[in-house]
Design a protein around this ligand. Structure first.
Ligand SMILES: NC(=O)c1ccc[n+]([C@@H]2O[C@H](COP(=O)([O-])OP(=O)(O)OC[C@H]3O[C@@H](n4cnc5c(N)ncnc54)[C@H](OP(=O)(O)O)[C@@H]3O)[C@@H](O)[C@H]2O)c1
Length: 314
């Protein structure tokens, strides 16, 4: 049987993600009927913003009042929370339990399925800050959904109610999907952190460096939106300036640490993009850049192999 067009929604966990999606769904006309959390205080603070929402003493009270229960707890808590729920799909309570993690397999909810309930994954590709701005900034993002057909339809509707695009993922694909997504969120921050720390060697303050790089990143994102990744690529690799790449690798190698290795690995990916440009750099330039990159990576591998022996000798 299909889910109602506006199923009753319940939450276990009143953190950053729940604070955004529960309020957005309530505003879109979905009844958010009950919220439980580790502390009653968090549940109450969120429920106060949701008309008709009960502050539940425990997750079972949420399951009794909702059609779909969202487990919006830290990933390590999802399995135990699911295990503790007694789902009776033939009664008035929950028919489905859904988690919002990108990495945790949906099968962690298997105890719910064993009791006849539907299980699913609903992962918004958005970095929730727990702030009011999340409600507007999430619009236009994608939500990766894994669920059996009737629940899938209901979750697709919930994604659209957030102003998001539903995206389907095959069973078992979450770990690879989530590992790859880091490059657009925390690894993008890690790359900016490398810029800031290298510029600090020139005397730039962190604030000045961030003020300089964030608009540059924003411009890069807009250009990628217009021209695709290969079309947006700029810098020495895009032009085939092999001499610059060689000199920058040598300079970073001289700084020690893993600065040159990181730059070489990123350059390797940039060379792949450059090959896909409408007018790629010359084959000679691409080959020269590849030689420079592989020289650094070979040296890095050799150093990694030598290090344990040095440790023993000391
Ligand atoms: N934040 C993001 O950017 C983001 C993005 C996509 C997906 N997700 C996923 O969304 C889920 C929630 O993440 P989050 O960032 O919203 O976490 P969070 O801000 O740390 O909030 C977690 C909430 O769960 C509650 N909680 C912890 N253990 C609990 C338990 N055993 N029983 C009941 N409630 C419990 C906490 O309670 P108290 O407040 O009462 O202490 C807190 O309200 C995770 O699976 C995460 O992977 C997060």
């Amino acid at each position: 049987m299909p889910y109602s067009a506006t199923p009753r929604l319940g939450f276990v966990g009143a953190g950053r993600l729940a604070r955004c999606v529960s309020r957005a769904w309530s505003r879109a006309g979905y009844p958010v009927t009950a919220i439980a959390s580790r502390s009653l205080g968090s549940a109450r603070a969120l429920a106060d913003q949701l008309p008709g929402c009960l502050v539940a003493e425990d997750p079972q009270a949420v399951a009794a009042r909702a059609d779909i229960v969202f487990l919006t707890v830290p990933d390590d808590e999802i399995g135990a929370a699911a295990n503790a729920l007694r789902i009776e799909p033939s009664g008035d309570g929950a028919r489905a339990v859904v988690h919002c993690s990108g990495a945790t397999p949906v099968d962690v909810l298997a105890p719910v399925r064993a009791r006849g309930g539907d299980i699913g994954g609903f992962h918004p590709l958005y970095l929730f800050g727990g702030v009011d701005g999340d409600l507007t900034r999430i619009q236009g993002c994608s939500v990766t959904i894994e669920a059996p057909s009737e629940l899938l339809e209901a979750l697709n509707g919930l994604a659209r109610a957030l102003g998001c695009h539903p995206l389907s993922i095959p069973p078992g694909g979450r770990m690879l999907y989530h590992a790859a997504a880091h490059y657009a969120a925390s690894f993008a921050l890690a790359a900016l952190s490398e810029t800031v720390s290298l510029w600090q060697q020139l005397g730039f303050s962190e604030d000045d460096a961030l003020r300089a790089v964030l608009p540059m990143l924003a411009g890069t994102i807009e250009t990628a939106r217009e021209k695709g990744l290969a079309g947006a690529l700029a810098g020495p690799v895009s032009r085939g300036d092999a001499g610059i790449v060689e000199k920058q690798l040598a300079l970073l190698d001289g700084l020690g640490g893993d600065h040159a290795t990181l730059y070489a690995l990123m350059t390797r990916r940039a060379i792949e993009l450059a090959r896909r440009r409408p007018v790629p750099p010359s084959p000679n330039a691409l080959a020269a850049m590849e030689r420079s990159v592989e020289r650094i990576l070979d040296a890095s591998r050799t150093a990694a192999n030598v290090r344990p022996h040095q440790g023993v000798a000391q």
